[in-house]
Design a protein around this ligand. Sequence first.
Ligand SMILES: Nc1nc2c(c(=O)[nH]1)N[C@H]1C(S)=C(S)[C@@H](COP(=O)(O)OP(=O)(O)OC[C@H]3O[C@@H](n4cnc5c(=O)[nH]c(N)nc54)[C@H](O)[C@@H]3O)O[C@H]1N2
Ligand SMILES: Nc1nc2c(c(=O)[nH]1)N[C@H]1C(S)=C(S)[C@@H](COP(=O)(O)OP(=O)(O)OC[C@H]3O[C@@H](n4cnc5c(=O)[nH]c(N)nc54)[C@H](O)[C@@H]3O)O[C@H]1N2
Ligand code: SF4
Ligand SMILES: [Mo]
Length: 737
Amino acid sequence: MAEATTRTAYRTCPLCEAACGLELTIAADRVVAARGDRDHVFSHGFVCPKGATFGQLTDDPDRLRRPLVRRDGRHVEVSWEEAFAEIKNGLGPILQAYGRDAVALYLGNPNVHTMAGGLYVTPLVKALGSKNTFSASTVDQMPKHVSCGYLYGNPLAIPVPDIDRTDLLLILGANPWESNGSLATAADFPGRLRAIQQRGGRFIVVDPRRTRTAEHADEHLFIRPGTDAFLLFGIVHTLFAEELTDVGPHISGVEGVRVLAGDFPPEVAAAACGVPAERIVALARELAAAPSAAVYGRIGTCTVEFGTLTSWLIDVVNVLTGNLDKPGGVMFPLAAHTRKQSRPGGKGFRVGRWHSRVRGLPEVKGELPVSVLADEIETPGDGQVRGFVTVAGNPVLSTPNSGRLDRALSGLDFMVSVDPYLNETTRHADVILPPTDPARKGHYDFSFLALAVRNFAAYSPAVLPADEGSLDECDILARLTAIIAGRDVEAPVVHEQMLTALLEKAAGPLGRDAAELRAEVTGDHPAERLLDVAVRTGAYGDLFGVQPKGLTLKKLLDSPHGVDLGPLEPRIPEVLRTASGTVELCPAPLVAETARLKEALGRRRDDLVLIGRRHLRSNNSWMHNVPALVKGRDRCTLQVNPVDAQRLEVKDGDEAQVTSRAGLLHATVEVTDRVMPGVVSLPHGWGHGVPGTRMRVAAGHPGVNSNLLTDELTIDPLSGNSVLNGIPVRVSASGSR
Ligand SMILES: Nc1nc2c(c(=O)[nH]1)N[C@H]1C(S)=C(S)[C@@H](COP(=O)(O)OP(=O)(O)OC[C@H]3O[C@@H](n4cnc5c(=O)[nH]c(N)nc54)[C@H](O)[C@@H]3O)O[C@H]1N2
Ligand SMILES: Nc1nc2c(c(=O)[nH]1)N[C@H]1C(S)=C(S)[C@@H](COP(=O)(O)OP(=O)(O)OC[C@H]3O[C@@H](n4cnc5c(=O)[nH]c(N)nc54)[C@H](O)[C@@H]3O)O[C@H]1N2
Ligand code: SF4
Ligand SMILES: [Mo]
């Protein structure tokens, strides 16, 4: 009986950047199993433990399905109309009395994993028009955007390691064996790393922890947290000193970099970073000699004091070894929803169009560093933040000195969260608007297809019918946008205006009329119609009939396992948007920052610093409510090297007190030589079970919030990114368990 009603559906997994294809088994309108889609053009059947829980995540009984409003300190279910009315009454007066900047917006990570985030967040940001716009980007990859902005003129032009063809991959501060990769969409990253070795190549990992990626690597080098810039400058120095550089066309500023590197000979670099000088020299030679090589860095190179400088140096090494824009090196993907530019060059990149009110930190890419959010809420005066909107974010667990932010949020006049959970952040919200679960919405990766190590496209429609009384996130954001803009219109009006605006932009170049194009657009859902236009006018599109074999939404719908668009192809100079139309290798802000790095050479070294880590069965702060992902031993432990454990007089299983400038917490000690001496590690995203939250499984596995220790006062100055690795801490025994 049950068998007869079972069906199979395919859907891209939205849970990390790897964009795997899932094969879902559906029975009685429930996802009862999820496995890897063997026919998927990109993931070829790979799935990780998170993707395999897709059904459990969808069915989570704690997932909110109706809006909540806070009444007398408790969150109660209300109708959508009541919830929106409450928002109008709550935000309207603040905007009217105090202006746009009095309402802050925080956009969390899952926005890059939903179509609503890809399409509807920009209009929301514009409608609000607040200087106080924040996102998880400034606790993550903002340094890479800034360095690419200066180098290539476009902060979104991020070259990815061509791992399927490289001979040598140098990985700094990334653990793709567990994270499945970031700023490099590569489903089955572990399999792709193994394939490098199988074809006679190598990969090397530089990390203060012996991670699972490091264990599988040909070589692992420990490095002192926050010092990769020295290592990379040591490599750059050697490349010049030994005349190993091989610079391609369309690159300017090489001589400037040579001068900067003069201050960082390998011995100096080695003393600062802990990697032996001979090894630094050899790395330079190996990268230069390999037929192809790629340097790739992630969280450990971004969330550090010299994050932008380090991100820049990674690309500098790739340029100097002749590996930028070359097969097997680092290359620029070309996604189906984007277009090539007709000729290189543009306006270049700049920051600081406005500054934060209290600390005076510059705007970057339309936002301010989330490190200043608490300041802006707590500090009285003109422009003080009184209202707050979060969309898919949990800053109370994910941003530095979050103890302070947690307190600040309770002082707001009004807060709205678009989020499926009542969690550490949303418990402060006056209204929570929960979007439908992922099985009930379509999926296209606007962010990650532009970062994929092979060009491909995939669209998956909703696999389950809409659940009566629920609201799609596109509708939620459209309505919220209208309310914030002070326009009393329903979501469909906003959808249609967005489509018209997109068509008007597309019509000119095609020599067509927007209304005429509108009649040809397909799609059952507003997000599908916008996607149809984006894909049809994109790099591989049918251009509304001009290229009949080109991509359309319909072609994607007919290809449930995705459409392969081939290996990455060279894109320089077309991809460049710098004023000079070249790769500007030696931008002024990085010259100044190098001077600051040089000054740091003389600094006293901290005795003990804290770094983070990620676990395969975790996803930042929000998937600890899935039983299958939290079972087993406690993972939120403080890893301490045996040498330090002895010195600090703590034993495995002890409870230790950890303090920093920002705060204090207690964590269970795990003595392990996986972390290097002088370094302790605690994962982020824990600290559940606080009053007012409604995530029962997570509350049973609370862990502690590592961001009670990270410091909102230390940032990477060029990007405003928070420093989340290399935090000076003190550790002492707080009694045995
Ligand atoms: N110490 C330390 N801190 C870190 C990091 C670190 O390495 N160390 N990493 C940083 C990084 S890289 C990141 S990206 C940030 C993440 O920081 P955040 O984005 O603030 O936090 P997440 O834990 O990703 O929480 C996502 C929120 O989105 C909600 N959500 C899930 N799915 C959806 C959906 O479809 N729609 C909506 N509207 N909401 C949804 C969840 O319930 C949750 O509330 O954390 C950062 N914080
Ligand atoms: N399973 C799982 N997967 C995830 C996530 C998750 O929470 N869990 N989160 C997703 C998100 S939002 C992101 S941004 C990506 C992140 O993807 P990754 O960057 O690959 O993930 P991390 O585990 O944070 O890896 C950072 C590594 O940097 C090291 N490190 C710390 N400081 C330094 C340093 O100064 N120098 C060097 N060289 N290394 C350092 C850490 O020890 C750690 O191994 O993962 C994504 N995928
Ligand atoms: S690796 Fe990422 S995309 Fe693939 S199944 Fe796991 S969570 Fe989903
Ligand atoms: Mo992230």
